[in-house]
Design a protein around this ligand. Structure first.
Ligand code: IPD
Length: 327
């Protein structure tokens, strides 16, 4: 119920705020080649574009210890714990806390401030509580299902009509996209092919997007879209901990999320909200901000969300996966 959700949300906000100073302190001290191991980035599985720091481990340990104590009957999924356990996790119907101690670790290591703590609670495989805290920017985004989304207490989207426009074509949209950390030629070529088609003018057969940005943190992308700072976010292959919390914020701000298996080509109940299947990673994730209705046309904002999302998916291609689903 609402009171219970509010309690979970308050807990997540308090934990994020409590760990904020350790995050910010680490952000300014950690370096790619720092001489002390406490502040050096380590690569994961030999890929320097995918890194982990002592701050990731510290914050995840603290978060999970506190949550376990408060909610011993719940389940827990954390990015670093999962990576250390062989990169496998499962989200069941049980209440599950899904945390990313540092989303955008690459940004963290390069002192680019779009990096933060992500805490979600999923029930029946759907995220219902989400907190994304970007400590360096001082922005705390929080939402729970049915209770609205807020940035430092202000309702989202922060941008309001008429500044929050009603785009009717991709040429009026700015997209936040991620290129991810895989560096194989096949994956990079495929992603750049999608970027080319998205940018190419409409008269040349492309989407003619007005803007394309790579911010470097999926959670930041989604909260930026929730705020109204971009129309859309698209990525192939993010994990649940990257997007679970931010998804609640986006949905509660009036946005819509489509995942590869859910919305694309199939009918699922309440398609704007559902986020299934919710295991492993999401191969396609597409989010679109709240679109105000056109004057005198109730429901037109929702229709436009679907139209623009479907159009965007027509310009991008899946990346090559190995048979076990990796890339
Ligand atoms: C990553 C970032 C990145 C996105 C990847 C994520 P991490 O999170 O959000 O922008 O492209 O999908 O895994 O590994 O830095 O927590």
């Amino acid at each position: 119920d609402a009171a219970q959700l509010q309690e979970y949300l308050d807990t997540a906000i308090a934990l994020a705020r409590e760990l904020g100073p350790a995050f910010t302190d680490g952000f300014w001290r950690t370096g790619q080649f720092a001489s002390s191991s406490a502040y050096a980035a380590e690569d994961k599985q030999g890929n320097e574009a995918d890194c982990v720091t002592a701050v990731d481990r510290h914050i995840e340990r603290e978060l999970l210890a506190r949550l376990r104590k408060l909610y011993p009957a719940h389940r827990f999924v954390g990015e670093e714990t999962t990576a250390e356990a062989g990169d496998d996790y499962e989200v069941t119907d049980d209440p599950t806390w899904i945390v990313d101690p540092v989303d955008g670790t690459n940004n963290f290591v390069h002192h680019f401030p779009y990096t933060g703590i992500s805490i979600a609670l999923a029930v029946n495989r759907e995220p219902v509580v989400g907190v994304v805290y970007l400590p360096v920017l001082g922005e705390l985004y929080a939402a729970a299902r049915g209770l609205g989304a807020r940035l430092n207490g202000d309702p989202l989207p922060l941008v309001r009509p008429p500044a929050l426009t009603t785009p009717t074509s991709l040429a009026q949209c700015s997209l936040l996209a991620e290129h991810g950390s895989a560096r194989s030629a096949a994956v990079i070529e495929s992603r750049l092919g999608s970027f080319t088609r998205l940018l190419l003018a409409r008269e040349c057969g492309g989407a003619g997007l007005q803007g394309l940005r790579v911010v470097g943190s999926a959670a930041s992308d989604l909260v930026l879209v929730s705020k109204g700072a971009a129309e859309m976010y698209w990525e192939l292959g993010p994990h649940a901990w990257d997007f679970a919390a931010a998804t609640v914020i986006l949905l509660e701000s009036g946005g819509a999320v489509f995942d590869g298996a859910g919305w694309w080509g199939s009918a699922i109940p309440d398609a704007d909200r559902a986020l299934k299947p919710f295991n492993m990673w999401n191969r396609k994730l597409l989010a679109i901000r709240h679109i105000p209705d056109l004057p005198g046309q109730p429901g037109s904002g929702r229709t436009l969300q679907r139209k623009l999302a479907a159009e965007l998916l027509g310009f991008v291609q899946d990346i090559p996966y190995t048979p076990d689903g990796r890339h």
